[in-house]
Design a binder for this molecule. Structure first.
Ligand code: IMP
Length: 197
């Protein structure tokens, strides 16, 4: 190994912390997530039998959940995606939600299920719900893999919830801390003393 490579492994933050999530406690295993996602898929199949649904994923956090949930749904189904401004780098939300990427297809008259990784303060989903309602969908529901009810600022509930959790910051399965850990296959608790990046 060249000196430059050694130096890089020491000073590059991504390399210093490359495997640090292995020390984060697992909150939900891949199997638990898969089992719960399958149950939600069955509920959706029952609720929308004979109809079509549009799954609208909220980028980027919901990408994994949408991909897995969609494969557990057998009713006719299409995808769309929106992106909103979110947490930024740290653990705290600014409170302001902004649409960064709009829907590709009109939703008027369609059965929309917004698919979100985590329902926290509710600001994001309250914003999206009122935005989508202006487009007169046939129906509008919310599927959130995780729900932190104790953090709620906006009065909003998901119609399908994977797991309700206490006020802990989590990463993995699409959820990030400063854009990292989205690829961790299970859901892990972020230690409170993890350094701000
Ligand atoms: P809300 O608008 O406060 O409900 O926040 C929703 C968004 O905040 C989620 O889609 C996540 O992107 C982010 N978020 C909230 N809690 C967590 C967490 O524990 N880990 C990672 N992201 C989170």
């Amino acid at each position: 190994m060249e000196f430059g490579d050694i130096l890089e492994t020491v000073i590059t933050p991504t390399k210093i912390h490359a495997n640090i999530h292995k020390d984060f406690p697992v909150l939900f295993s891949e199997q638990q997530i898969a089992d719960r996602t399958a149950e939600i898929g069955q509920e959706i199949d029952r609720d929308y039998a004979g109809r079509s649904v549009v799954l609208v994923g909220v980028l980027k956090g919901a990408a994994m959940f949408l991909a897995d949930l969609a494969r557990r749904i057998s009713v006719d189904c299409t995808f769309d995606f929106v992106a909103v401004s979110s947490y930024g780098k740290g653990l705290r939300t600014s409170g302001a939600v902004k649409l960064i990427k709009d829907l590709d297809q009109p939703i008027e008259g369609k059965n929309i299920i917004i698919v979100e990784d985590i329902l926290d303060t509710g600001l994001t989903l309250a914003f999206l719900r009122s935005l989508f309602e202006q487009h007169k969908p046939g129906s509008l529901r919310i599927a959130a893999l995780l729900d932190k009810p104790s953090r709620r600022i906006e009065k909003i509930d998901a119609d399908y919830v994977g797991f309700s959790i206490p006020n802990h910051f989590v990463v993995g399965y699409g959820m990030d801390y400063a854009e990292r850990f989205r690829n961790v296959p299970d859901i892990r608790l972020m230690p409170p003393d993890y350094p701000e990046l």
